[in-house]
Write a protein that binds this ligand. Sequence first.
Ligand code: SAH
Length: 252
Amino acid sequence: MLQNIRVVLVNTSHPGNIGGAARAMKNMGLSRLVLVQPLDFPAADASARASGADDVLDGAIVVDTLEQALAGCSLAIGTSARDRSMPWPMLDPRECGVQSVARAAAGEEIALVFGREHAGLTNDELQRCHFHVHIPSNPDFSSLNLAAAVQVLAYEVRTAWLAAQGAPAKVEKVDASDELATLDEMELFYEHLEKTLVDISFLDPEKPKHLMARLRRLYGRSSVNRSEMSILRGILTETQKVARGDAHKRKD
Ligand code: SAH
């Protein structure tokens, strides 16, 4: 079940941190590492710091975009060393562990997303995540080393996983249409929504005013399932037809 939880490191500069993260993961029983455009990998420093977690490094998947890293996930949790301008649904590290484990146990794919050493995650990257988690550090010195931040969240995942061992397993086979839409499906929906809102002049591409970010936050907390997603996409398609003037006339 822990194999449903992946750790995503975005644009890491120091290979030593990738090794440190791999070690932290293996200590806590996590094995799936995804690297989005690492600056220097594979590297001797990564292997040195992994000290024995070479299997996690060898199995690491390197991709070009965060979107590719999140493929197949229905829950993404982004980490942030500080508060951002746009308020977003937050989890504390403990809740992050509990949610990740509960949803991984239900067969969902989960991503814990970590940012660059110097700049963290961009707002755009954070807005692709359903929740944000902040490790409650000293406000005057809030930024942990990347591998240390991975360690804290991986420990919380392990704690939640150990607590769940005693609890009876909830294995309910869900209907495919009840499965949550994945992040890739949500991305296609957001593209379609944005185009439609431009078509009906609700969204001015010159003055977007955070509209898409607000809508991402709204739909992101709605746990949209597959059948609801087809309804939403259907509504957009019909709206675009009306906007183009080629909708079927309704027969009264
Ligand atoms: N200067 C950057 C700090 C990045 S630290 C910034 O202000 O955002 C590198 C990464 O470690 C962060 O992107 C995040 O993934 C993780 N991290 C560091 N401190 C954290 C904290 N207090 N809570 C959650 N994640 C943290």
